[in-house]
Design a protein around this ligand. Structure first.
Ligand SMILES: Nc1ncnc2c1ncn2[C@@H]1O[C@H](COP(=O)(O)OP(=O)(O)OP(=O)(O)O)[C@@H](O)[C@H]1O
Ligand SMILES: [Mg+2]
Length: 482
């Protein structure tokens, strides 16, 4: 592995990487940074949480001429939260060069953005809808852009965004450098991308698998009706520091949130129908760990880097293998351990196998924990918390009271009572979750030839994949509702 000194970068950027605690470059950074610095167009694929942002962010910062006073770098992302996060990372990396990266996204007050644009940022990180809005109003000029990056490029070039991207790129000078990054890069997307790139180099760090080895992947075979109780038991057993629970639709996310709160969990939800102010506050609480569980649609599946996430639960199995890769990639970032649990109904087993084939990894089946195992998990958590209080000496002021109590009650009864009070016992409050439809995998004629599989819903449901896909997309478009 190389250190950042070895890439011939400016002192300002090397200093920033050191300040951020980056000791060595990651594999994708090692391959992408020198090529990007040399001006190559790049299609970069590397696992989730392996530092792709800095892989494109560092060269982009280096290419900005401070005296120019114009926007020179453009990053496009599929969601607002990701735009904010990428802009933050670029600002931190560019701190000592005085780089200003501005996020431009829908839902935020446009006047505020116009004001911020007057500060002449060198880089903007934008969601497509709001960027085009600014372009139409002639508030953003893209004529001096030298580097364009599509983060989560396969998503950006998917049907939902493709036209917007084409419109935006039509306004950026042809001689620009274009870079595409994602953890998944399907072949047809690569071919499409080549049309607006200059002889791009494909860099892939796939040798170690599409998903990260540090994340354990399990599945639980459950009936639709049993899913929620199974989720509660898993949450009790695992006692995650921070977890994301993915569900298929906004409605299911809302129902799940309500149900989790009813049963005493600390949860918040994010999806495209919430106001930006609400989304911001949800993300803030989840990041600073005042909320333990984030219930989300696929809108939170890509790019978000929240280091505390120890568990990802797929309450509903994702609609395709790539979506699985991104969802579970919210944990196990940069070698940290993670656990990914997926609920699968009997009818969805074929769909799960399709995911396994695509990621070239077996997902281990586990039994749903019993109630007593769930209780043990919570008891273990209580004991850990108690021991931590002792380690930190926080109990000292209670010693006198403890001595007084011990005059009348024996120590074991007293401690047992305290443990009971502190332990979250299984709560069976009835909740309402509308039944979801299973994903059923069926080989199509095309699939038989190409070895690919298409997905369709249960026969008789009268809904094909296209309809479902549209539903999912509508959530992205909620974020794009700019
Ligand atoms: N060389 C490095 N050393 C240590 N930490 C790093 C290094 N490069 C990046 N990081 C940190 O690793 C984390 C993950 O990086 P990043 O979000 O860029 O991953 P990613 O590859 O874009 O993942 P995803 O596919 O999910 O978008 C971030 O917190 C980032 O600051
Ligand atoms: Mg990323």
């Amino acid at each position: 592995m190389s250190t950042f000194y070895e890439f011939g970068l400016s002192n300002a950027v090397v200093r920033a990487t050191a300040a951020m605690g980056f000791e060595e470059a990651t594999s994708i950074q090692e391959l992408a940074i020198p090529r990007a610095m040399a001006g190559k167009d790049i299609i970069g694929q590397a696992q989730t949480g392996t530092g792709k942002t800095a892989a494109f962010g560092i060269p982009m910062i280096e290419k900005c001429l401070m005296e120019l006073g114009a926007i020179q770098g453009l990053v496009i992302t599929p969601t607002r939260e990701l735009a904010v996060q990428v802009a933050e990372e670029i600002n931190t990396l560019g701190k000592y060069k005085n780089i200003r990266a501005l996020p431009i996204y829908g839902g935020q007050d446009i006047e505020r953005q116009i004001k911020a644009l007057k500060n002449k940022p060198q880089i903007i990180v934008a969601t497509p809808g709001r960027l085009m809005d600014h372009m139409r109003r002639k508030l953003i000029r893209l004529q001096q852009i030298v580097v364009v990056v599509l983060d989560e490029a396969d998503e950006m070039l998917n049907m939902g965004f493709r036209e917007d991207i084409e419109n935006i790129l039509a306004d950026v000078p042809d001689e620009r450098q274009t870079m595409l990054f994602s953890a998944t890069m399907p072949r047809p997307i690569q071919d499409l991308a080549r049309r607006f790139m200059h002889d791009p180099e494909f860099i892939s760090i796939r040798s170690k698998g599409v998903t990260v080895p540090s994340t354990d992947q399990y599945y639980y075979q459950v009936h639709e009706k049993e899913k929620f109780d199974a989720l509660c038991r898993l949450l009790d057993l695992h006692a995650p520091e921070a977890a994301i629970v993915f569900a298929r639709t906004k409605r299911r996310v809302d129902e799940l949130l309500e149900a989790l709160i009813k049963r005493g969990y600390s949860a918040e939800a994010i999806h495209g129908d919430l106001t930006q102010a609400k989304r911001d506050s949800v993300m803030r609480k989840f990041k600073n760990m005042s909320t333990e569980i984030l219930v989300a649609t696929d809108v939170a599946a890509r790019g978000l880097d929240i280091g505390s996430v120890t568990h990802v639960y797929n309450f509903d199995i994702p609609q395709d293998p790539d979506s699985y890769v991104h969802r579970i990639g919210r944990t196990g970032r940069l070698g940290k351990p993670g656990i990914a649990a997926t609920f699968v109904s009997h009818r969805e087993i074929g769909h799960l196998e399709q995911i396994e084939r695509s990621i070239k990894r077996k997902i281990e089946r586990k039994p749903v924990p019993t109630i007593s195992e769930a209780i043990e998990g919570q008891q273990r958590l209580t004991v850990e918390k108690l021991m931590q209080v002792i380690t930190e000496g926080e109990q000292l002021q209670y010693k006198e009271l403890a001595c007084k109590l011990l005059e009348n009650v024996d120590a074991i009864s007293l401690l047992a009572a305290a443990l009971k009070m502190l332990t979250k016992e299984p709560d069976l409050t009835p909740v309402k979750i509308t039944a979801g439809k299973p994903w059923v995998t069926k080989k199509s004629k095309y699939a038989e030839k190409s070895g690919r599989t298409s997905f369709r819903q249960k026969p008789g449901s009268n809904k094909g994949r296209a309809i479902h896909k549209k539903k999912q997309k509508s959530d992205y478009s909620g974020f794009r509702n700019q």
